[in-house]
Design a protein around this ligand. Structure first.
Ligand SMILES: NC(=O)c1ccc[n+]([C@@H]2O[C@H](COP(=O)([O-])OP(=O)(O)OC[C@H]3O[C@@H](n4cnc5c(N)ncnc54)[C@H](OP(=O)(O)O)[C@@H]3O)[C@@H](O)[C@H]2O)c1
Length: 419
Protein backbone atom coordinates (compact mmCIF):
# COMPACT_ATOMS: atom_id res chain seq x y z
CA UNK A 1 0.00 0.00 0.00
CA UNK A 2 1.55 3.28 -1.16
CA UNK A 3 0.82 6.65 0.51
CA UNK A 4 -1.82 5.02 2.67
CA UNK A 5 -3.97 4.30 -0.38
CA UNK A 6 -5.19 0.72 -0.85
CA UNK A 7 -5.34 -0.26 -4.51
CA UNK A 8 -8.08 -2.65 -5.46
CA UNK A 9 -9.33 -4.46 -8.53
CA UNK A 10 -13.00 -5.43 -8.75
CA UNK A 11 -14.20 -8.46 -10.68
CA UNK A 12 -17.87 -7.89 -11.51
CA UNK A 13 -19.86 -4.68 -11.90
CA UNK A 14 -23.34 -6.12 -11.55
CA UNK A 15 -25.76 -5.53 -8.68
CA UNK A 16 -23.13 -5.89 -5.94
CA UNK A 17 -20.14 -4.45 -7.85
CA UNK A 18 -22.13 -1.31 -8.72
CA UNK A 19 -23.04 -0.83 -5.05
CA UNK A 20 -19.43 -1.32 -4.01
CA UNK A 21 -18.11 1.28 -6.48
CA UNK A 22 -20.75 3.79 -5.32
CA UNK A 23 -20.03 3.21 -1.62
CA UNK A 24 -16.24 3.38 -2.08
CA UNK A 25 -16.46 6.83 -3.70
CA UNK A 26 -16.57 8.32 -0.18
CA UNK A 27 -13.22 6.85 0.83
CA UNK A 28 -10.03 8.64 -0.27
CA UNK A 29 -7.85 5.80 1.03
CA UNK A 30 -9.25 3.24 -1.45
CA UNK A 31 -8.50 3.47 -5.16
CA UNK A 32 -10.16 1.21 -7.74
CA UNK A 33 -7.41 0.59 -10.28
CA UNK A 34 -9.28 -1.83 -12.54
CA UNK A 35 -12.61 -3.59 -12.92
CA UNK A 36 -13.33 -6.76 -14.89
CA UNK A 37 -16.68 -7.56 -16.50
CA UNK A 38 -17.96 -10.04 -19.05
CA UNK A 39 -19.14 -7.43 -21.56
CA UNK A 40 -16.99 -4.29 -21.77
CA UNK A 41 -19.52 -2.53 -24.00
CA UNK A 42 -22.47 -2.72 -21.62
CA UNK A 43 -23.76 0.69 -20.47
CA UNK A 44 -23.19 1.13 -16.72
CA UNK A 45 -24.41 3.70 -14.21
CA UNK A 46 -20.99 3.95 -12.59
CA UNK A 47 -17.68 5.12 -13.92
CA UNK A 48 -14.52 3.06 -13.45
CA UNK A 49 -11.24 4.31 -14.94
CA UNK A 50 -10.14 1.04 -16.53
CA UNK A 51 -12.39 -1.84 -17.50
CA UNK A 52 -11.17 -5.18 -18.85
CA UNK A 53 -12.91 -8.39 -19.82
CA UNK A 54 -9.98 -10.45 -18.57
CA UNK A 55 -10.20 -10.97 -14.79
CA UNK A 56 -6.68 -12.49 -14.75
CA UNK A 57 -5.39 -9.02 -15.66
CA UNK A 58 -6.49 -7.98 -12.17
CA UNK A 59 -5.17 -11.12 -10.46
CA UNK A 60 -1.75 -10.57 -12.07
CA UNK A 61 -1.48 -6.77 -11.71
CA UNK A 62 1.48 -6.07 -9.35
CA UNK A 63 -0.01 -2.70 -8.37
CA UNK A 64 -3.19 -4.21 -6.92
CA UNK A 65 -3.28 -5.00 -3.17
CA UNK A 66 -6.79 -6.48 -2.88
CA UNK A 67 -8.95 -8.37 -5.37
CA UNK A 68 -12.67 -7.89 -4.78
CA UNK A 69 -14.60 -10.71 -6.46
CA UNK A 70 -18.29 -9.95 -6.95
CA UNK A 71 -18.85 -11.81 -10.23
CA UNK A 72 -20.22 -15.12 -8.90
CA UNK A 73 -19.92 -18.78 -9.91
CA UNK A 74 -16.95 -21.12 -9.89
CA UNK A 75 -15.56 -20.63 -13.37
CA UNK A 76 -13.38 -18.56 -13.81
CA UNK A 77 -13.49 -17.16 -10.24
CA UNK A 78 -11.72 -20.13 -8.61
CA UNK A 79 -8.70 -19.89 -10.91
CA UNK A 80 -8.68 -16.09 -10.79
CA UNK A 81 -8.68 -16.02 -6.99
CA UNK A 82 -6.03 -18.74 -6.74
CA UNK A 83 -3.82 -16.73 -9.10
CA UNK A 84 -4.41 -13.56 -7.08
CA UNK A 85 -3.58 -15.34 -3.80
CA UNK A 86 -0.36 -16.78 -5.25
CA UNK A 87 0.47 -13.18 -6.23
CA UNK A 88 0.05 -12.27 -2.51
CA UNK A 89 -3.17 -10.31 -2.90
CA UNK A 90 -5.80 -10.21 -0.20
CA UNK A 91 -9.28 -11.26 -1.28
CA UNK A 92 -12.76 -9.95 -0.55
CA UNK A 93 -15.56 -12.02 -2.04
CA UNK A 94 -19.36 -12.34 -1.89
CA UNK A 95 -19.29 -15.69 -3.67
CA UNK A 96 -21.04 -18.25 -1.43
CA UNK A 97 -21.07 -20.98 -4.08
CA UNK A 98 -17.32 -20.75 -4.57
CA UNK A 99 -16.58 -20.79 -0.83
CA UNK A 100 -19.00 -23.62 -0.04
CA UNK A 101 -17.49 -25.75 -2.82
CA UNK A 102 -13.83 -24.74 -2.76
CA UNK A 103 -13.37 -22.86 0.54
CA UNK A 104 -10.82 -25.42 1.83
CA UNK A 105 -8.59 -24.99 -1.18
CA UNK A 106 -8.88 -21.20 -1.17
CA UNK A 107 -8.30 -20.78 2.58
CA UNK A 108 -5.35 -23.20 2.64
CA UNK A 109 -3.71 -21.41 -0.25
CA UNK A 110 -4.35 -18.06 1.46
CA UNK A 111 -2.72 -19.35 4.67
CA UNK A 112 0.31 -20.59 2.73
CA UNK A 113 0.65 -17.19 1.11
CA UNK A 114 -0.07 -15.23 4.27
CA UNK A 115 -3.02 -13.33 2.82
CA UNK A 116 -6.56 -12.91 4.07
CA UNK A 117 -9.85 -13.91 2.47
CA UNK A 118 -12.82 -11.96 3.81
CA UNK A 119 -16.39 -12.84 2.82
CA UNK A 120 -18.92 -11.13 5.07
CA UNK A 121 -21.27 -10.55 2.10
CA UNK A 122 -21.42 -14.25 1.19
CA UNK A 123 -23.86 -15.07 4.01
CA UNK A 124 -26.99 -13.02 4.72
CA UNK A 125 -25.90 -10.01 2.61
CA UNK A 126 -26.00 -6.91 4.79
CA UNK A 127 -26.17 -8.71 8.16
CA UNK A 128 -22.81 -8.74 9.94
CA UNK A 129 -22.52 -12.38 10.96
CA UNK A 130 -19.16 -13.83 9.93
CA UNK A 131 -17.18 -11.03 11.62
CA UNK A 132 -19.03 -11.36 14.95
CA UNK A 133 -18.75 -15.19 15.00
CA UNK A 134 -14.99 -14.95 14.45
CA UNK A 135 -14.29 -12.03 16.75
CA UNK A 136 -16.66 -10.92 19.49
CA UNK A 137 -18.36 -14.33 19.84
CA UNK A 138 -15.13 -16.29 19.62
CA UNK A 139 -15.23 -17.37 23.25
CA UNK A 140 -18.34 -19.46 22.73
CA UNK A 141 -18.88 -23.10 22.07
CA UNK A 142 -21.85 -23.25 19.73
CA UNK A 143 -24.26 -26.15 19.44
CA UNK A 144 -26.60 -24.73 16.82
CA UNK A 145 -26.85 -22.19 14.02
CA UNK A 146 -30.07 -21.72 12.12
CA UNK A 147 -31.37 -19.07 9.81
CA UNK A 148 -33.69 -17.78 7.16
CA UNK A 149 -30.91 -17.20 4.69
CA UNK A 150 -32.67 -16.62 1.38
CA UNK A 151 -34.76 -13.51 0.80
CA UNK A 152 -36.43 -14.74 -2.40
CA UNK A 153 -37.99 -17.83 -0.81
CA UNK A 154 -38.95 -15.93 2.34
CA UNK A 155 -40.67 -13.34 0.15
CA UNK A 156 -42.57 -16.05 -1.76
CA UNK A 157 -43.70 -17.84 1.44
CA UNK A 158 -44.77 -14.52 3.02
CA UNK A 159 -46.83 -13.64 -0.08
CA UNK A 160 -48.42 -17.10 -0.22
CA UNK A 161 -49.53 -16.64 3.35
CA UNK A 162 -50.68 -13.02 3.06
CA UNK A 163 -52.35 -13.14 -0.37
CA UNK A 164 -53.61 -16.73 -0.34
CA UNK A 165 -52.25 -17.43 -3.84
CA UNK A 166 -50.20 -20.29 -5.27
CA UNK A 167 -46.45 -20.79 -5.18
CA UNK A 168 -46.21 -20.16 -8.94
CA UNK A 169 -48.12 -16.87 -8.79
CA UNK A 170 -45.91 -15.64 -5.95
CA UNK A 171 -42.79 -16.71 -7.84
CA UNK A 172 -43.91 -14.66 -10.88
CA UNK A 173 -44.51 -11.68 -8.61
CA UNK A 174 -41.03 -12.08 -7.07
CA UNK A 175 -39.53 -12.22 -10.57
CA UNK A 176 -41.36 -9.02 -11.60
CA UNK A 177 -40.02 -7.22 -8.53
CA UNK A 178 -36.47 -8.42 -9.19
CA UNK A 179 -36.36 -10.62 -6.05
CA UNK A 180 -36.16 -13.81 -8.09
CA UNK A 181 -34.04 -14.54 -11.15
CA UNK A 182 -35.45 -15.75 -14.49
CA UNK A 183 -34.13 -19.19 -13.55
CA UNK A 184 -35.02 -19.33 -9.84
CA UNK A 185 -33.67 -22.86 -9.19
CA UNK A 186 -30.76 -21.74 -7.03
CA UNK A 187 -33.11 -20.01 -4.59
CA UNK A 188 -36.32 -22.05 -4.66
CA UNK A 189 -34.64 -25.47 -4.57
CA UNK A 190 -32.54 -24.43 -1.56
CA UNK A 191 -29.05 -24.42 -3.18
CA UNK A 192 -28.35 -20.82 -2.09
CA UNK A 193 -29.31 -21.60 1.51
CA UNK A 194 -27.23 -24.79 1.35
CA UNK A 195 -24.09 -22.84 0.35
CA UNK A 196 -24.69 -20.34 3.17
CA UNK A 197 -25.30 -22.94 5.89
CA UNK A 198 -22.17 -24.81 4.72
CA UNK A 199 -20.11 -21.62 5.20
CA UNK A 200 -21.71 -20.85 8.56
CA UNK A 201 -21.23 -24.43 9.83
CA UNK A 202 -17.55 -24.26 8.93
CA UNK A 203 -16.88 -21.18 11.04
CA UNK A 204 -19.27 -22.05 13.88
CA UNK A 205 -18.03 -25.63 14.37
CA UNK A 206 -14.39 -25.22 13.12
CA UNK A 207 -14.66 -28.22 10.81
CA UNK A 208 -14.53 -28.86 7.07
CA UNK A 209 -18.02 -29.33 5.64
CA UNK A 210 -18.92 -31.43 2.62
CA UNK A 211 -21.73 -29.43 1.03
CA UNK A 212 -22.75 -32.49 -1.03
CA UNK A 213 -23.77 -34.27 2.19
CA UNK A 214 -26.14 -31.51 3.27
CA UNK A 215 -29.78 -32.62 3.05
CA UNK A 216 -31.61 -30.12 0.82
CA UNK A 217 -35.24 -29.54 -0.02
CA UNK A 218 -36.71 -26.31 -1.47
CA UNK A 219 -40.14 -24.69 -1.34
CA UNK A 220 -41.59 -25.72 -4.71
CA UNK A 221 -43.90 -28.37 -3.20
CA UNK A 222 -45.50 -26.05 -0.63
CA UNK A 223 -49.19 -25.57 -1.40
CA UNK A 224 -51.87 -23.16 -0.21
CA UNK A 225 -53.42 -26.11 1.67
CA UNK A 226 -50.15 -26.57 3.61
CA UNK A 227 -49.97 -22.85 4.46
CA UNK A 228 -53.64 -22.70 5.54
CA UNK A 229 -53.53 -25.89 7.62
CA UNK A 230 -50.28 -24.79 9.27
CA UNK A 231 -51.95 -21.47 10.13
CA UNK A 232 -54.98 -23.21 11.60
CA UNK A 233 -52.64 -25.19 13.83
CA UNK A 234 -50.75 -22.04 14.91
CA UNK A 235 -47.72 -22.23 12.60
CA UNK A 236 -46.07 -20.47 9.67
CA UNK A 237 -43.89 -22.11 7.02
CA UNK A 238 -40.30 -20.91 6.52
CA UNK A 239 -37.30 -22.22 4.58
CA UNK A 240 -34.38 -22.63 6.94
CA UNK A 241 -30.75 -23.65 6.92
CA UNK A 242 -29.94 -25.53 10.12
CA UNK A 243 -26.73 -26.95 11.56
CA UNK A 244 -26.58 -28.53 15.00
CA UNK A 245 -24.27 -30.73 17.00
CA UNK A 246 -25.74 -34.11 17.87
CA UNK A 247 -24.97 -36.12 21.04
CA UNK A 248 -22.57 -38.39 19.09
CA UNK A 249 -20.68 -35.25 17.95
CA UNK A 250 -21.95 -35.57 14.38
CA UNK A 251 -23.19 -32.42 12.69
CA UNK A 252 -26.79 -32.43 11.51
CA UNK A 253 -26.82 -29.93 8.63
CA UNK A 254 -29.84 -29.45 6.41
CA UNK A 255 -31.99 -27.13 4.36
CA UNK A 256 -35.75 -27.60 4.17
CA UNK A 257 -39.06 -25.87 4.88
CA UNK A 258 -40.22 -25.98 8.49
CA UNK A 259 -43.32 -25.14 10.49
CA UNK A 260 -42.45 -22.54 13.12
CA UNK A 261 -44.82 -21.44 15.87
CA UNK A 262 -46.56 -18.28 14.73
CA UNK A 263 -45.47 -16.28 17.78
CA UNK A 264 -41.81 -17.34 17.51
CA UNK A 265 -39.08 -14.90 16.44
CA UNK A 266 -38.50 -16.83 13.19
CA UNK A 267 -42.17 -16.51 12.21
CA UNK A 268 -41.87 -12.73 12.39
CA UNK A 269 -39.11 -12.57 9.74
CA UNK A 270 -41.12 -11.60 6.65
CA UNK A 271 -40.55 -10.76 3.01
CA UNK A 272 -36.92 -10.53 1.85
CA UNK A 273 -35.47 -10.15 5.36
CA UNK A 274 -32.90 -12.70 6.61
CA UNK A 275 -32.05 -13.84 10.09
CA UNK A 276 -29.35 -15.95 11.75
CA UNK A 277 -29.78 -17.50 15.22
CA UNK A 278 -26.86 -18.90 17.17
CA UNK A 279 -27.00 -20.96 20.33
CA UNK A 280 -23.92 -21.46 22.44
CA UNK A 281 -22.25 -21.09 25.77
CA UNK A 282 -21.69 -18.78 27.49
CA UNK A 283 -23.70 -16.35 25.32
CA UNK A 284 -26.99 -18.29 25.18
CA UNK A 285 -29.11 -17.49 22.14
CA UNK A 286 -28.41 -14.54 19.83
CA UNK A 287 -30.20 -13.50 16.70
CA UNK A 288 -29.03 -11.22 13.87
CA UNK A 289 -31.67 -9.84 11.52
CA UNK A 290 -31.58 -7.55 8.50
CA UNK A 291 -31.52 -7.26 4.71
CA UNK A 292 -30.04 -10.41 3.21
CA UNK A 293 -29.43 -9.17 -0.33
CA UNK A 294 -29.57 -6.22 -2.71
CA UNK A 295 -27.13 -3.59 -3.92
CA UNK A 296 -26.83 -1.48 -0.76
CA UNK A 297 -26.83 -4.18 1.96
CA UNK A 298 -24.38 -6.44 0.13
CA UNK A 299 -22.09 -3.53 -0.75
CA UNK A 300 -22.10 -2.55 2.94
CA UNK A 301 -20.53 -5.91 3.87
CA UNK A 302 -18.06 -5.94 0.96
CA UNK A 303 -16.89 -2.39 1.71
CA UNK A 304 -16.58 -3.21 5.43
CA UNK A 305 -14.19 -6.04 4.53
CA UNK A 306 -12.15 -3.80 2.20
CA UNK A 307 -11.85 -1.12 4.89
CA UNK A 308 -10.85 -3.73 7.48
CA UNK A 309 -7.93 -4.73 5.26
CA UNK A 310 -7.06 -1.06 4.60
CA UNK A 311 -6.96 -0.41 8.34
CA UNK A 312 -4.56 -3.28 9.09
CA UNK A 313 -2.38 -3.69 6.02
CA UNK A 314 0.26 -1.16 7.06
CA UNK A 315 0.59 -2.50 10.59
CA UNK A 316 0.97 -6.25 10.31
CA UNK A 317 2.08 -9.02 7.97
CA UNK A 318 -0.70 -11.30 9.18
CA UNK A 319 -3.79 -9.30 8.52
CA UNK A 320 -6.83 -10.16 10.59
CA UNK A 321 -5.60 -13.60 11.64
CA UNK A 322 -8.79 -14.15 13.61
CA UNK A 323 -10.68 -14.28 10.34
CA UNK A 324 -8.75 -17.30 9.07
CA UNK A 325 -10.69 -20.53 8.62
CA UNK A 326 -9.67 -23.86 10.09
CA UNK A 327 -9.60 -26.46 7.37
CA UNK A 328 -7.81 -29.45 8.87
CA UNK A 329 -10.63 -31.46 10.52
CA UNK A 330 -13.41 -33.00 8.45
CA UNK A 331 -16.85 -32.88 10.10
CA UNK A 332 -18.81 -36.11 10.54
CA UNK A 333 -22.13 -35.20 8.97
CA UNK A 334 -25.27 -36.99 10.11
CA UNK A 335 -27.60 -38.75 7.69
CA UNK A 336 -31.03 -37.12 7.92
CA UNK A 337 -32.56 -40.59 8.42
CA UNK A 338 -30.88 -40.71 11.84
CA UNK A 339 -32.17 -37.31 12.99
CA UNK A 340 -35.21 -36.68 15.16
CA UNK A 341 -37.96 -34.23 14.34
CA UNK A 342 -41.61 -33.54 14.80
CA UNK A 343 -43.54 -33.76 11.50
CA UNK A 344 -46.50 -32.19 9.73
CA UNK A 345 -48.06 -34.61 7.25
CA UNK A 346 -50.61 -33.45 4.68
CA UNK A 347 -52.61 -36.50 3.63
CA UNK A 348 -55.14 -36.97 0.87
CA UNK A 349 -57.33 -40.02 1.41
CA UNK A 350 -60.66 -41.48 0.33
CA UNK A 351 -63.45 -40.41 2.65
CA UNK A 352 -63.89 -43.91 4.04
CA UNK A 353 -64.53 -45.24 7.51
CA UNK A 354 -61.35 -46.29 9.31
CA UNK A 355 -58.92 -44.00 7.47
CA UNK A 356 -57.96 -42.02 10.57
CA UNK A 357 -57.61 -45.31 12.48
CA UNK A 358 -55.27 -46.67 9.78
CA UNK A 359 -53.13 -43.50 9.96
CA UNK A 360 -52.92 -43.90 13.73
CA UNK A 361 -51.99 -47.57 13.60
CA UNK A 362 -49.38 -47.19 10.80
CA UNK A 363 -47.75 -44.41 12.82
CA UNK A 364 -47.86 -46.49 16.02
CA UNK A 365 -46.28 -49.50 14.22
CA UNK A 366 -43.42 -47.17 13.30
CA UNK A 367 -42.87 -45.78 16.82
CA UNK A 368 -44.58 -42.48 16.02
CA UNK A 369 -46.98 -40.81 18.43
CA UNK A 370 -49.49 -38.33 17.06
CA UNK A 371 -49.77 -34.92 18.63
CA UNK A 372 -52.74 -33.57 16.66
CA UNK A 373 -54.93 -34.52 13.74
CA UNK A 374 -57.16 -32.27 11.67
CA UNK A 375 -59.64 -33.34 9.02
CA UNK A 376 -60.76 -30.76 6.49
CA UNK A 377 -64.05 -30.90 4.53
CA UNK A 378 -64.77 -33.62 1.96
CA UNK A 379 -63.86 -32.64 -1.61
CA UNK A 380 -66.02 -33.26 -4.72
CA UNK A 381 -64.02 -36.39 -5.57
CA UNK A 382 -64.92 -37.82 -2.13
CA UNK A 383 -61.41 -37.42 -0.79
CA UNK A 384 -60.50 -35.57 2.37
CA UNK A 385 -57.47 -33.56 3.39
CA UNK A 386 -56.17 -34.80 6.72
CA UNK A 387 -53.34 -33.09 8.52
CA UNK A 388 -51.30 -34.78 11.22
CA UNK A 389 -48.64 -33.41 13.54
CA UNK A 390 -46.45 -36.01 15.20
CA UNK A 391 -44.42 -35.97 18.37
CA UNK A 392 -40.63 -36.12 17.99
CA UNK A 393 -39.77 -39.23 15.98
CA UNK A 394 -36.88 -40.63 13.95
CA UNK A 395 -36.78 -39.54 10.31
CA UNK A 396 -36.31 -43.17 9.20
CA UNK A 397 -39.51 -44.12 11.06
CA UNK A 398 -41.56 -41.35 9.50
CA UNK A 399 -40.24 -42.24 6.02
CA UNK A 400 -41.30 -45.86 6.60
CA UNK A 401 -44.72 -44.76 7.81
CA UNK A 402 -45.18 -42.51 4.75
CA UNK A 403 -44.28 -45.43 2.48
CA UNK A 404 -46.78 -47.72 4.25
CA UNK A 405 -49.56 -45.11 4.10
CA UNK A 406 -49.00 -44.47 0.39
CA UNK A 407 -49.17 -48.25 -0.25
CA UNK A 408 -52.62 -48.24 1.36
CA UNK A 409 -53.78 -45.41 -0.89
CA UNK A 410 -53.60 -42.89 1.92
CA UNK A 411 -51.46 -40.40 -0.01
CA UNK A 412 -49.04 -38.25 1.95
CA UNK A 413 -48.91 -35.18 -0.29
CA UNK A 414 -46.39 -33.29 1.83
CA UNK A 415 -44.13 -33.86 4.79
CA UNK A 416 -42.79 -30.77 6.55
CA UNK A 417 -40.63 -30.84 9.65
CA UNK A 418 -41.73 -28.85 12.68
CA UNK A 419 -39.32 -26.95 14.93
N1 LIG B 1 -27.19 -9.67 -5.60
C1 LIG B 1 -27.17 -9.82 -4.29
O1 LIG B 1 -28.03 -9.30 -3.58
C2 LIG B 1 -26.10 -10.65 -3.64
C3 LIG B 1 -26.09 -10.81 -2.24
C4 LIG B 1 -25.06 -11.52 -1.63
C5 LIG B 1 -24.08 -12.11 -2.40
N2 LIG B 1 -24.14 -11.98 -3.77
C6 LIG B 1 -23.08 -12.61 -4.54
O2 LIG B 1 -22.33 -11.60 -5.19
C7 LIG B 1 -21.86 -12.06 -6.45
C8 LIG B 1 -22.34 -11.11 -7.55
O3 LIG B 1 -23.75 -11.07 -7.56
P1 LIG B 1 -24.53 -9.98 -8.44
O4 LIG B 1 -25.96 -10.09 -8.03
O5 LIG B 1 -23.87 -8.65 -8.37
O6 LIG B 1 -24.37 -10.60 -9.90
P2 LIG B 1 -24.67 -9.89 -11.30
O7 LIG B 1 -25.54 -8.71 -11.12
O8 LIG B 1 -25.08 -10.98 -12.23
O9 LIG B 1 -23.22 -9.34 -11.74
C9 LIG B 1 -22.17 -10.18 -12.09
C10 LIG B 1 -21.05 -9.31 -12.64
O10 LIG B 1 -19.91 -10.14 -12.89
C11 LIG B 1 -19.48 -9.93 -14.22
N3 LIG B 1 -18.92 -11.19 -14.71
C12 LIG B 1 -19.56 -12.37 -14.87
N4 LIG B 1 -18.72 -13.30 -15.36
C13 LIG B 1 -17.52 -12.68 -15.52
C14 LIG B 1 -16.26 -13.08 -16.03
N5 LIG B 1 -16.06 -14.33 -16.47
N6 LIG B 1 -15.26 -12.19 -16.05
C15 LIG B 1 -15.45 -10.93 -15.62
N7 LIG B 1 -16.63 -10.48 -15.14
C16 LIG B 1 -17.65 -11.34 -15.10
C17 LIG B 1 -20.67 -9.49 -14.99
O11 LIG B 1 -20.27 -8.78 -16.15
P3 LIG B 1 -21.35 -8.06 -17.12
O12 LIG B 1 -21.88 -6.88 -16.33
O13 LIG B 1 -20.56 -7.62 -18.29
O14 LIG B 1 -22.39 -9.08 -17.41
C18 LIG B 1 -21.39 -8.62 -13.95
O15 LIG B 1 -20.85 -7.32 -13.97
C19 LIG B 1 -22.37 -13.51 -6.57
O16 LIG B 1 -21.39 -14.38 -6.08
C20 LIG B 1 -23.58 -13.52 -5.65
O17 LIG B 1 -23.87 -14.81 -5.15
C21 LIG B 1 -25.11 -11.27 -4.39
Amino acid sequence: MENNVLKIGIIGLGVVGTGVVKALSKFDNIKILKAAVRNKNKKREIDVQYITDDPFEIANDPEIDVVVEVAGGVDPCLDVLKTAIKNKKHIVTANKELLAKFGDEIFSLANENNVTVLYEAAVAGGIPIIGPIKTTLRGNEFNKVMGILNGTTNYILTKMEEDGVSYLECLKDAQKLGYAEADPTNDVEGFDTMFKIAILSNIVFHKKIDYKKIYREGITKITQDDIKCAKELGYKIKLIGLAQKLENDELDIRVHPVLVEENSMLAKISNAINTVQLEGAPVGSVMFTGPGAGEGPTASSVVGDILAIAAEISYTDTILPSTRVKTDVQAKQADILNTKNSYFLAINAQNARGTIGTIGSVCAENNINLQSILQKGIKEDNTALIVVITETSYEKDIQNAVKKLNEQNIKVTNLIRVI
